[in-house]
Design a protein around this ligand. Structure first.
Ligand SMILES: [Zn+2]
Length: 216
């Protein structure tokens, strides 16, 4: 039996107010997974597949087209992951098992994982944003994240740079941090965090030219 996911959300009011029909978790954009040994809990940061039809007027007037939220699962067990390259579109399926437990699995082109948890999901931090609004160049090294924003407005997206390894929101919050991280990275040889992502004929100086002026 597969209950509609919204029936499992403890504090579903904000979502059922925003949506006449809360969309299924098909083709959601998965942005991050956070594991915490307390609980233990697992939190997914996702963009729901559609924008709320009952969105507040100021969200619409600001041109927002994406609704992002956090879903926290409790008493997590049997976590298994075989692929993870966020952000990625994935279908999340939830099925009831026994003893008020659920089995959750996510399957997408760039991610595959599954886990069991208690059948009570906590929803938090619903935020409206524009899908393509944001910063796409690493503030530290100028790496081009292409369609993955490092920041959207004042919200860091906690993405890790394939090149210098910084995580947005942690190592690039202010100019001093950015310059310190860059100096350390260059002093240590400017090694790629993910050597497989390094283009042949890569040139540090031409990449560094991408760094936005205010982060130099
Ligand atoms: Zn970088």
């Amino acid at each position: 039996m597969t209950p509609p996911w919204i029936d499992l959300v403890r504090n579903s009011d904000p979502l059922t107010t925003l949506y006449s029909t809360v969309p299924p978790l098909d083709a959601v954009r998965l942005r991050s997974i956070h594991l915490n040994w307390r609980g233990p809990t697992l939190t997914l940061r996702i963009d729901l597949p559609s924008f709320p039809d009952n969105a507040p007027a100021d969200w619409v007037e600001s041109g927002n087209d994406t609704f992002q939220c956090h879903l926290q699962f409790l008493a997590v067990n049997n976590f298994r992951m075989s692929a993870w390259r966020p952000p990625t579109l994935a279908d999340i399926s939830i099925s009831s098992t026994h003893d008020r437990k659920i089995s959750v699995s996510a399957t997408g082109e760039k991610t595959v994982f599954s886990f069991d948890s208690s059948d009570s999901i906590q929803h938090s931090t619903g935020t409206a944003m524009k899908k393509n609004e944001g910063e796409y160049f690493c503030r530290v090294c100028g790496y081009d994240f292409e369609d993955v924003p490092t920041w959207v407005g004042i919200f860091p997206q906690y993405v890790i740079c394939n090149c210098c390894g910084m995580e947005s929101g942690l190592e690039d919050e202010d100019l001093e941090k950015v310059r310190n991280y860059r100096a350390m990275w260059v002093a240590n040889g400017a090694h790629w965090q993910d050597p497989k992502a390094k283009p042949s004929g890569w040139d540090l100086l031409s990449q560094i030219a991408n760094i936005p002026k205010q982060w130099r």
